[in-house]
Design a protein around this ligand. Structure first.
Ligand SMILES: *Cc1c(COP(=O)(O)O)cnc(C)c1O
Length: 218
C-alpha cells in the first residue's frame, strides 16, 4: 500500500465512522525495516513512529531524530525494567506498561528525573498465556495502582489474538478504557485498522501496509 494509501484508507475509515481524521493518530511501525524505507516516510513528512524493541530503536532513532525534527516515538513492545531508563530517554510515549514491577520502576525514575512521558497500559484482551499485558479483569486495579504512583496513564493498548475477530477485542478495550476514564485507545494494525477506527481507536499502529513486508533480521 504505502503511506499515502494507508492515509487515504484511514481517512475513509474515519469518515465512515463519523470521526474526525485528526482524532486518530497514524503510528508508522518501523521495526526491522531497512533505514531507507524509514527515511523515505520521514521525508514524506510523517513524524509519528513506533518501535517494539528498545535496543533496536536506540540504534537508529537518535540519529534520525537529529536529522528530522518533531519526531514522536512510541514504544509498542515489551519493556524490561532494566531498560526502563533507556526507554524513558528514547521514547515520547510508552504503550506497554503491563505489571506492577515496571510501574514502580517508571515511577521511581520519573521522581528522579522529574519527567515521564504519557503511558498506556497494555491489556491482554484475549487472555493469551504467551502474550504480554494485564488481564481484562485485573486492569481496573492496575490502572488505579499506576494512578496512585502518580504515573501519567492516558490510555489502553491491545494486540488481539490472530485467529479471532479483532472488533470484539477492540470493543472490550474501549469499554475498559471508558469505565476507567481513559481517553486514548491504541488498537488496530495493517490488517484491521479500519475496524479499530470503527470501535474508537485514537491511534492505529501500522507497519507492513506502510513500509512493505518486514525484512527479517539477520
Ligand atoms: C509489528 C507491530 C505492529 C504493526 O504490525 P503490521 O501488521 O505490520 O501493521 C503493530 N503493533 C505492534 C505491537 C507490533 O509489534
Amino acid at each position: 500500500m504505502g503511506l499515502e494509501d494507508v492515509r487515504a484508507a484511514l481517512d475513509a475509515a474515519c469518515e465512515g465512522a463519523g470521526r474526525a481524521p485528526e482524532d486518530v493518530a497514524l503510528i508508522a511501525v518501523s521495526k526491522v525495516q531497512p533505514i531507507e524505507r524509514v527515511e523515505a516516510v520521514l521525508a514524506a513528512g510523517h513524524r509519528v513512529f513506533g518501535e517494539n524493541r528498545v535496543q533496536e530503536a536506540a540504534g537508529k532513532w537518535p540519529d534520525l531524530k537529529a536529522c528530522f525534527s518533531g519526531v514522536e516515538l512510541h514504544l509498542i513492545g515489551p519493556l524490561q525494567t532494566n531498560k526502563a531508563r533507556q526507554a524513558l530517554d528514547l521514547f515520547d510515549v510508552i504503550q506497554t506498561v503491563d505489571r506492577p514491577k515496571l510501574a514502580k520502576t517508571l515511577a521511581r525514575l520519573a521522581q528522579e528525573t522529574g519527567r515521564c512521558p504519557p503511558l498506556y497500559v497494555q491489556v491482554n484482551t484475549g487472555e493469551e498465556p504467551q502474550k504480554a499485558g494485564v488481564l481484562p479483569g485485573d486492569t481496573d486495579g492496575f490502572v488505579a495502582e499506576c494512578r496512585s504512583l502518580e504515573l501519567p496513564v492516558v490510555g489502553l493498548m491491545c494486540i488481539p489474538p490472530v485467529e479471532e475477530e479483532p472488533s470484539l477485542h477492540f470493543a472490550l478495550l474501549a469499554k475498559i478504557a471508558a469505565r476507567n476514564g481513559l481517553k486514548e485507545l491504541s488498537m488496530g494494525m495493517s490488517s484491521d485498522f479500519e475496524r479499530a477506527v470503527a470501535q474508537g481507536a485514537t491511534s492505529v499502529r501500522v507497519g507492513s501496509a506502510i513500509f512493505g513486508a518486514r525484512v527479517p533480521p539477520h
